[in-house]
Design a protein around this ligand. Sequence first.
Ligand code: ARG
Length: 581
Amino acid sequence: MNIRQQLNQHFSDALSSLDVSDSFSPNISVSKKSAFGQYQANGAMAVAKSKKQNPREFAQLWLDALQANTALMAMIEKLEIAGPGFINIHLSAQYLADVLKQNSQSERLGVEKVANPQTAVLDYSSPNLAKEMHVGHLRSTIIGDSLARSLSFLGHNVVRQNHVGDWGTQFGMLIAELEESLQDNENIKLKDLEAFYIQSKKHFDEDENFANKARDYVVKLQSGDAEILKLWQTFRNLSLAHSEEIYALLNVTLKNEDVRGESAYNDDLAPVVKALFDQNIASESEGAKVVFLHEMANKNGDPSVAIIQKKEGGYLYATSDLAALRYRNDVLKADRCLYFIDARQSLHMQQVFTIAKKANFVKEDISLEHHAFGTMLGKDGKPFKSRDGGTIKLASLLKESVVRATEIVREKNPDFSDELLNDVASKVGIGAIKYADLSKTRTNDYIFDWDNMLSFEGNTGPYMQYAYARICSIFAKANIDIDSFNNDITLNHEAEFALAFKTLQLSEVVEQVALEAYPHLLCNYLYDLASLFMTFYEACPILKEGVEEQDKLSRLQLSQSVAKTLKQGLELLGIDVMQKM
Ligand code: ARG
């Protein structure tokens, strides 16, 4: 158990000993100011109110019971009642030092796996294969991936689902075009999917024969014609290769086996529609099959309408999402389904969730979560576009970041070999883009700004990586191997205490991120940690002459714990660190 969980346990036990029903929580939170201790228990007021007792008096009874608990008191410097009945909890420096030392020697840094792992299905990235991935897919990919990392670090069973758009009428045109291109060049690589799409669209609009062939291919594709399916498969693989290249560049954990696109649900679309009719959830309206959702009515009382099958028979985006939910529930046995999709699809997701629950496509206590995010904006505050107004390709954006980082890293380290320079620059460049995104509150729009994100100061990727490298360089200077170092810690100075306490909060933060799917909480935590390290380093010299050997070793151990925590935290964000930069 982490410190907060232990406090919670002890404080709950003391409440039970006072015959307080366990519906009351000790309500433990981190204190805002160190003068109030590290945590405070705010539960006395609610209990006292229910007992019609004076809250400070009840807090005193609670405190007496707590003080009889030796296991708790071993963690504590002092407990005090404050204000209307808060209990301020001052942790013991010795206790913090011991736990920190112990944690830093363990591979998981003391972060325990959860007692009851859940199966979490994460739907992220999910580009449309007809076109190239663009910046809009960046957010989904990296936010989703950092959640996948955090949840699996905590021991949950994570199932990644890359719900790619690989089905629909535009594929008729694309594979007809591909067929012609293959006649010219058997080993075609679709270097530029965007251009390929435009080319085939032009062909479709200008050449009646081609258009007819494309329409014919759609029909054949949907009826499972082997030849056409093979062609579609070729197109799909060529397009997926693009995404995979980007995942590799981005250091994202999505694998080919995580791809389960819209096409996978083709056979379940008719059954989904039928099931909705059988349960009288869907009805016919102007020839189309629709679901009226009165529970999602607007202000005027008009129901929200979801179309599940067009008049001509075609199915829709919502229909595949319903089928996907059935699969995630029935086959993947999801306890939680997390969707990382643009906020503009909120209504769609809400409709899908509502229909799925209504039709019992999912178990009652499943948690269906749309973790929406805002738009990436240019400096002009408008959606991020290339100079000519087109969408910016993700691949070129990532490459540009690495080029820019190379300049910066070279300037700071003229002595780096080319190999080292390339390695560091790619970690800095990619890390900067990811961190800039992950550190913003997910639901907000944000402005993409090269200078900000590549700065070595402030809450940026390079700053975090630099903090790590700086600690490594202290060890290098002292000629001590950072990984195997192992020493006792003594927290004498206020800056040491504050740093140790922050370092120990990793597990609380990761838990919160896993619950709320807000990676910026982890970024804020790591930024605070790095900043506290800088403060500590100013106040408490390590290798300076005159520093007592005992202090030096203790401070080195504290620094090592910070370094390991930074590294682990950044890894959960999918960002690499390096020893030198
Ligand atoms: N392919 C969609 C798009 O690019 C995103 C799919 C998200 N996932 C889902 N299950 N609907 O807009």
